[in-house]
Design a protein around this ligand. Structure first.
Ligand SMILES: [Zn+2]
Length: 298
């Protein structure tokens, strides 16, 4: 049975309003807007146990109609690898020990290993994808908790954070143990203000603001944040890509402590309006400049 999320996953505030409701592949999906910080999150949603089962077997079936990688999926992942490598090059990141969380078929790992000449491990809960990656010679785990070795100087989470029930706690747990103090984390998520985004598996729909706040609350400093559409669009900012590093002196967040709200996440305003404008802009570009807006998937 789905569970109701009674406290905002970012600021722990209790008040939220209905933001969006729709059917996704035959299943009802509701998203709520936190009245305090402006985070958009799914509620009700699958419980942790239901999510584990969903990712082990159902996720790819629901999304793609088959459990292994499709051609479209591999094409998008290759394009995404190009875009993420470009982003790291701009910021002169040169990892030696790399961990990819949500490694999928392992394309990003293979590309990063070849480019940086680094060692790499992957975490992928989906069994069919993990087996596919292992067949390509990659070392894969089902869960971060299963890792024997830690201390990575680069962790990537491409289109993963939006699937995680408690992103602040998850990111905070990576800091200092899995990620070295001078290491960097590379995250890409759909952008609430351009991506359709409200899928059954998306627990959170991030804006640039709420992504920055999530990282700050988890004890990270943002090095760079980019809005872009690669590899799907030249014009629409479908994705948010961020590079962050553990803050040397993370302050206590004050999350959930009454009377300490100001120490918690800073609020974002006009979230409904920005979503409406963003999606309107997307419809206008799609209608009048379809070829310039969308990059075909081969
Ligand atoms: Zn909130």
């Amino acid at each position: 049975m789905p569970e109701n999320i009674t406290h905002c996953p970012l600021c722990k505030h209790e008040n939220s309003q209905l933001f969006d409701q729709r059917q996704f592949r035959g299943q009802p999906v509701q998203n709520r807007l936190c009245a305090n910080c402006g985070l958009v999150f799914q509620s009700p949603r699958m419980t942790a146990a239901e999510l584990d089962e969903f990712y082990a077997h159902e996720y790819r079936q629901v999304y793609q109609g088959e459990e292994g990688p499709t051609e479209k999926d591999l094409f998008v992942q290759n394009g995404r690898a190009d875009s993420l490598l470009d982003f790291l090059a701009v910021h002169e990141i040169e990892p030696t020990r790399y961990l990819d969380i949500g490694a999928s078929s392992g394309i990003l790992m293979l590309r990063f290993m070849a480019h940086f000449n680094c060692t790499a491990l992957g975490v992928e809960p989906g069994e069919a994808y993990r087996v596919y990656a292992e067949k390509n010679g990659l070392t894969m785990y089902a869960d971060v908790a299963d890792l024997d070795e830690k201390n990575f100087d680069l962790i990537s989470m491409a289109h993963v954070l939006e699937h995680i029930p408690d992103p602040v706690v998850y990111l905070a747990n990576l800091r200092g143990d899995v990620l070295t103090p001078s290491g960097v984390i590379l995250i890409e998520v759909p952008n609430l203000y351009a991506h359709d985004s409200f899928e059954i598996a998306h627990m959170t729909s991030f804006s640039a603001h709420s992504l920055r706040e999530t990282l700050a609350q988890a004890g990270y400093e943002v090095i760079a944040l980019k809005k872009h559409g690669q590899p799907r669009s030249k014009l629409l900012p479908l994705y948010l890509t961020v590079l962050a590093t553990p803050h040397p002196n993370p302050s206590p967040t004050g999350r959930g402590t009454k009377g300490e709200g100001k120490k918690g996440a800073r609020g974002e305003r006009n979230v409904r309006f920005k979503r409406r404008i963003g999606m309107l802009w997307r419809r206008i570009l799609t209608k009048f400049l379809p070829k310039q807006t969308w990059i075909p998937v081969k």
